[in-house]
Design a protein around this ligand. Structure first.
Ligand SMILES: *Cc1c(COP(=O)(O)O)cnc(C)c1O
Length: 463
């Protein structure tokens, strides 16, 4: 490859600190048909704020229910914390473009520039702030790959909260360094399922030797929050409030593109629970919903956990213990667990209710990609752009490369923007398997999905 010289436009575009967004943007305010309400799993009636406030912080609940306010001001202490690692750069992938020989312009918004290594800190700091403001002393949560647990540990340390993390057991064992980062920030980290909760004991008794799942860790963290006197449970994805906080990604992207005089044709993000994608697309989806502009928006998910592309749009449980409210979402069923050989993150069985509704309305496209092709894209990216991507982020890279190659075939100079949500330093076991040629793809069989769908809760259509 030739060394590129005489680059015409900036490689990185930064905003100034005082250009940081002052308000989050709430996509739901511009949706004519809103996401379906959460239901109480016992009564199948819409959950009330009082019920949710036993589990979540008061302000978080208010944001969860707010379908009408487009701009929600970012409190000053949160903006001050954001200044430590934001605005994040919008980067033109010149070297990747060159390697692909594409006429397309590729941009990525890089969210891995903080110790937690991902975008999760954007919501962790907001949620920790609201917990502190409410006078709480403790917060509980679950973590799978570990990024959310790390982000919340950092945010909790900043506001002097005690953070209790239930970490999915296989990840706890595979990623000892993640665990130590969390403990360094003062968090208690417990492998899940544990013997510290009733649901953990039950799951351990029913499935001896289980290595855990996100749904199970969520149940444990919620139970712990309910048992501690001044604690609430915080969640790092899926919820409306998390998507709201992540809008800071898209708002900065929009501002940086404006500086460059660019308008995206295609916007791409990986989708686990849907928070980074919601955040990246927020202002663009707003324009789309208001009929001002049109963009192609692509959600990329793993073939081994394909909620959008093979899931059902139905009410489902958010956790294995079935203590959380029911959400109407694209889901593989709360009993679905992706193949243990799946290394690429994005393992949650469901999807943000808001993104699910947008997908159902045809405003978002979705595609599933197999993990060997994801790691191939990750490797290409690392070798051209330098940054070692998180496997989750590499799903978006895969789709961005495929779109850039389509542009090459069609000789079109489209502008493609994708989210590079994080770095992959703690994922070297997975990279090792790819480098050894020992990585496989295990999409679920139709039979396995049918079995899981059969356990979806029965909810009357009016619900
Ligand atoms: C958590 C995570 C994701 C997926 O979560 P979403 O809520 O779908 O955004 C993607 N990338 C990284 C690096 C993550 O840590």
């Amino acid at each position: 490859m030739n060394i590129r010289t005489g680059v015409e436009a900036p490689y990185k575009t930064y905003l100034a600190e005082d250009e940081l967004p002052k308000a989050w943007y709430n996509i739901r305010a511009d949706m004519k048909k809103k996401p379906a309400p959460m239901l109480n799993p016992a009564t199948l009636k819409p959950v009330t704020a009082e019920e949710l406030e036993r589990v979540f912080c008061r302000e978080s609940v208010r944001q969860e229910f707010d379908d009408t306010t487009p701009q929600i001001p970012i409190p000053q202490p949160i903006r001050d914390f954001y200044r430590m690692y934001r605005p994040s750069p919008l980067i033109r992938a010149y070297f990747l473009e060159k390697a692909l020989g594409t006429p397309a312009k590729l941009y990525y918004k890089f969210e891995g520039n903080n110790t937690s290594g991902s975008h999760k800190l954007n919501s962790a700091i907001a949620q920790a702030y609201y917990a502190k403001e409410q006078g709480l002393t403790d917060v509980t949560t679950e973590t799978g790959a570990g990024q959310w647990g790390t982000a919340l540990s950092m945010a909790s340390a900043f506001f002097g909260l005690k953070c209790h993390v239930y970490m999915v057991k296989c990840s706890y064992e595979q990623k000892p360094f993640r665990r130590e980062v969390m403990r360094t920030y003062g968090a208690d980290v417990t492998p899940s399922p544990s013997m510290t909760t009733d649901i953990g004991k039950k799951i351990n008794a029913e499935h001896p030797g289980t290595t855990g799942s996100l749904g199970c860790a969520i149940s444990e963290a919620v139970e712990r929050a309910l048992k501690l006197p001044d604690a609430r449970y915080l969640l790092g994805s899926v919820l409306n409030q998390v998507c709201l906080h992540q809008s800071v990604i898209g708002l900065e992207t929009e501002a940086a593109l404006k500086k460059l005089g660019e308008k995206p044709d295609v916007i791409i993000g990986c989708a686990g629970g849907g928070s980074n994608l919601s955040g990246l697309i927020a202002p663009f989806m707003g324009e789309k919903l208001r009929g001002e502009e049109n963009y192609r928006i692509i959600a990329v998910e793993p073939a081994s956990c394909p909620s959008f592309t093979r899931g059902r749009y139905a009410y489902d449980f958010c956790d294995t213990g079935r203590v959380c409210p029911l959400q109407k979402m694209y889901t593989l069923g709360s009993s679905f667990i992706p193949s243990p050989s799946h290394a690429g993150g994005l393992r949650y069985h469901g999807m943000s209710a808001m993104l699910s509704e947008l997908y159902d309305q045809g405003l978002i496209e979705a595609r599933a990609v197999e993990q060997t092709s994801v790691f191939e894209a990750a490797t290409t990216f690392a070798r051209t752009e330098g940054t070692l991507p998180a496997p989750e982020s590499a799903h978006a890279i895969r789709a961005a490369i495929d779109e850039a190659l389509r542009c090459k075939a069609e000789n079109k100079a489209e502008t493609i923007v994708f989210g590079l949500t994080g770095t992959g330093y703690f994922d070297m076991v997975a990279y090792g398997r790819y480098n050894d040629g020992a990585m496989d793809d295990f999409p679920p069989s139709d039979e396995a999905l049918a079995e899981s769908f059969a356990q979806l809760p029965e909810v009357p259509a009016a619900g």
